[in-house]
Design a binder for this molecule. Structure first.
Ligand code: SAM
Ligand code: SF4
Length: 454
């Protein structure tokens, strides 16, 4: 990965209006952008006309590739024991103000039941890094316990995992356990900054952390997610580095990232750390729009670190997956634990409120896990997104999984909002046979059948 090139790109002259417009014209084709074009979009001084054009191009590309669907999930924190000292994180080992907790398997089942009972179908398993107290065996047991837990006929259908960088052997074990996406954030690609904020523990090794995705893919994990913690270093550098990482992985392994996450640094309990390069709301919007245009095939994930209002805006600019009703506490769902969280969140809507708000803003919340279960993963998935084919599956699957949610967990208001929109959504399914299949699957769901997808 050529990070030196990024410095060069950032020293280029900002684009003229003509060049900026020309780049956006090409970006609208949804074929991606080369690093220099992406740098130009980031370097262009923010003015309202340019921003409006950038945002409208990102909106168009998102709609063209993914349609209106927005996939919902929740994080499930199983342990805050950690041997690292990441200065920004409440889980770092010298934070004495935190209650340290590691969930037992029965407690993990309890958390899972609480999530299923809200209506969730996808979780992102999260843990601090403690090789002695919470080794890979523990993570694998947790995965099995989550998949095994059901409430009535419902269960968690896809577990994505965000645990510390590890060996090829351990990644093979994670793959064999049936995980969806393996996620790991580089936090910052800027080595001096990385070394200044990760000061002790295994995570302080920049190269080992950066090589995690090479090892994961070598182990056969073909859906992987990358990200940075915005606020640690210059956002333009980090955005270009994410794209460079994606390009490197694509060239080296033939598989680009399934997702890119855009977390912004938040205050954290017992933590004085302040973002050295705080990212404004407008800058975050720009990051999302540029990533959507430069890597159109990639899912973009946003968490409840952001406020409801910010999330509503970012969905329009290219976010395709969102966590909802999240807790970062260990035992936060079932037991309402309050003193073991990783950082402060700002969207406190319930899952039902999120669902209803998305529907009222013309989006379609989706609980779909179809691609992963039909082996549309890795490069196969990427090719289908690029060919516009995923959009045509996402729409019916979003409608069907949302229908299940509404039947089993939706409030009356959410049900009414859903029913008002369904005819319009069905009308947007381009293929007549798919439309007919979706309509009859909706009737099956109403009569009690579950887990129906294309
Ligand atoms: N412990 C593993 C690791 O650090 O890679 C697993 C993920 S950790 C539980 C999840 C993520 O939370 C980290 O990668 C980091 O980006 C993010 N995080 C930590 N402290 C944060 C803060 N104060 N604000 C926002 N995100 C934070
Ligand atoms: Fe531990 Fe991850 Fe927090 Fe670092 S970011 S202290 S590794 S939980």
């Amino acid at each position: 990965m050529d990070l030196a090139r990024i410095e060069e790109l950032l020293n280029l002259e900002p684009p003229s209006d003509v060049r900026y417009r020309e780049i956006l014209r090409r970006a609208r084709r949804a074929e991606g952008l080369d690093p220099e074009d992406a740098a130009m979009l980031l370097l262009g001084a923010s003015d309202s006309r340019r921003d409006a054009a950038l945002f409208s191009a990102a909106r168009e590309v998102k709609r063209a590739l993914y349609g209106k669907r927005i996939v919902l999930f929740a994080p499930l924190y199983i342990s805050n024991l950690c041997s690292n000292k990441c200065l920004y994180c409440a889980f770092r080992r010298d934070n004495d103000s935190l209650e340290r907790r590691k969930l037992g398997l029965e407690e993990i089942r309890g958390e899972t039941r609480a999530l299923i009972s809200m209506g969730h179908k996808r979780v992102l398993l999260e843990a601090g890094e403690d090789l002695a107290a919470a080794p890979m065996d523990y993570v694998l047991d947790a995965i099995e316990a989550i998949y095994d837990t059901h409430v009535g006929r419902n269960g968690i259908r896809r577990i994505n995992v965000n645990v510390a960088a590890t060996s090829v052997d351990n990644y093979e074990r994670l793959r064999a356990a049936g995980i969806g996406t393996y996620q790991l954030f580089q936090e910052t690609y800027h080595r001096p900054t990385y070394e200044a904020v990760h000061i002790e523990g295994p995570k302080s090794d920049y190269d080992y952390h950066l090589g995690a995705m090479d090892r994961a893919v070598t182990a056969g994990i073909d859906d992987y997610g990358i990200g940075v913690l915005f606020g640690l270093y210059d956002y333009r550098y980090e955005t270009l580095a994410l794209l460079a990482h994606a390009e490197y992985m694509r060239e080296t392994h033939g598989i680009g990232p399934h997702t890119i996450s855009v977390p912004r640094l938040q205050s954290a309990p017992g933590t004085e750390f302040e973002a050295p390069h705080p990212l404004s709301d407008d800058e975050l919007k720009k990051v999302v729009a540029v990533l959507r245009l430069a890597a159109p095939y990639t899912g973009l994930i946003l968490s409840t670190r952001e406020s409801a209002q910010m999330r509503d805006e970012l969905v329009n600019l290219g976010i395709s997956q969102m966590s909802a009703a999240s807790m970062t506490e260990i035992g936060g769902y079932g037991k309402g634990e309050k003193h073991s969280g990783q950082f402060d969140t700002h969207d406190h809507r319930s899952l039902d409120e999120c669902v209803r708000d998305i529907v009222s803003r013309e989006g379609i919340p989706s609980f779909c896990t179809g691609c992963y279960r039909k082996h549309r993963t890795g490069s196969r998935f990427m090719e289908m997104v690029e060919a516009g084919e995923i959009r045509d599956l996402c729409l019916p699957n979003a409608i069907l999984t949302l229908a299940e949610y509404v039947e089993d967990y939706g409030s009356d208001d959410t049900r009414r909002a859903f029913e008002r929109r369904v005819p319009e959504w069905l009308g947007e399914i381009p293929d007549e046979r798919v439309r007919a299949a979706t309509t009859s699957a909706l009737a099956e769901i109403e009569s009690g059948v579950r887990d129906v997808y294309l």
